[in-house]
Design a protein around this ligand. Structure first.
Ligand code: NAD
Ligand code: MLT
Length: 312
């Protein structure tokens, strides 16, 4: 029996080799489908592989009469309607480990860029302006990094921040004092983290509970002059509240890789010099892209050939 597989977001070619190596897999790669075209065509497929761009909505799933498995090459499954998939008996697998390092490294790059105004200074110099006074930064050594969400990426960021001689304090509902002690970090409620941190970095999933977790009242609790990084998911920070907090000088800088709506090109946050931004690049390394695609491709092959998925 042959299986039809649709890949609707750009995936690493090496990463999809396990699908090519398996028998009886007809692979179609089309990364240009509109939501309407996807809904029209999905009925022909047994498996769908996506990154974060394709929105696998209830409407798409309702038309997916043959679909057995959705593979998400990456961590966040917030672009897939999980309830609708479950109702239709469609399994959803992701690749939770493959881009952890890359996302942690990107977060550190953002923290270091923020602390030394590197993007702003680069921009000025490229415009032929030699301005040293404007871009005086702060050291990371002895500053407190507040980590909200101490899962895979939050933990890797913590290790790197300690390498920069930062003090780390974390909040995660599953973090215990004992584990924090073992890691050599502080542990607190979210309020304590917000109050104590000089830099805050967010590493939670986007859930009902974390939507606008960082809102106007959270900004009120932070130190004046705090700098904040979001390489997790847009929507965890309330962008309007962030804008107000920067304009009122409560927040001295923000580094954003993810946004409530992507692509994010026309927002007033981008006009603030205190905001540095990248277009959802946290997992965009050759290593991570190969790794997440390999992981998810193997799982799709395993599942379609009657084996157990590993969700590695
Ligand atoms: P993970 O599941 O390993 O860790 C998430 C942690 O958040 C868990 O420990 C969980 O207990 C904690 N958490 C849940 N609700 C919380 C709350 N209300 N307050 C505090 N902590 C809470 O996930 P991960 O692999 O570390 O990924 C973290 C985030 O990064 C996800 O949103 C993921 O989609 C995103 N991500 C982004 C990129 C990128 O390209 N920018 C790349 C990879 C992952
Ligand atoms: C993820 O959740 O894995 C990241 O957002 C990276 C991505 O796939 O774009």
């Amino acid at each position: 029996m042959a299986f039809n597989i649709l890949i609707s977001d750009p995936l690493s070619e090496e990463g999809i080799q396990p699908l090519r190596d398996a028998e009886d897999m007809n692979i179609v790669i089309d990364t240009t489908l509109t939501p309407e075209e996807l809904a029209d065509q999905i009925g022909a497929y047994d498996a769908l592989l996506v990154r974060s761009q394709t929105q696998v909505t209830r409407e798409v799933i309702s038309k997916a009469s043959k679909l057995k498995i959705i593979g998400r090459a990456g961590v966040g499954v917030d672009n897939i309607d999980l309830d609708a998939a479950t109702e239709h008996g469609i399994i959803v697998v992701n690749a939770p480990n493959g881009n952890t390092n890359s996302a942690a490294e990107h977060t550190m790059a953002m923290i270091m860029s923020l602390s030394r105004n590197i993007p702003q200074a680069y921009h000025a110099l490229k415009n032929h302006k030699w301005d040293r006074k404007k871009f005086v930064g702060v050291e990371l050594k002895n500053k407190t990094l507040g980590v909200i969400g101490l899962g895979r990426i939050g933990t890797e960021v913590t290790v790197r921040a300690k390498g920069q001689r930062m003090n780390v304090i974390a909040y995660d509902p599953f973090l215990t004092e004992e584990k924090a002690d073992k890691m050599g970090i502080g542990y607190g409620t979210i309020q304590e983290v917000l109050e104590k941190a000089d830099f805050i970095t967010i590493h939670t999933p986007l859930l009902k509970e974390t939507k606008h977790l960082i809102n106007a009242s959270a900004f009120q609790q932070m130190k004046t002059g705090v700098q904040i990084v979001n390489c997790a998911r847009g929507g965890i920070i309330d962008e309007e509240a962030l804008y107000d907090a920067i304009v009122s000088k409560k927040v001295a800088g923000a580094a954003l890789d993810v946004f409530e709506e992507e692509p994010f090109v026309d927002h007033k946050l981008l006009d603030l010099p205190e905001v540095i931004a990248t277009p959802h690049l946290g997992a965009s390394t050759f290593e991570a892209q190969e790794s997440v695609a390999v992981d998810v491709s193997h799982d799709v092959v395993r599942f379609l050939t009657g084996d157990l998925v590993k969700n590695p």
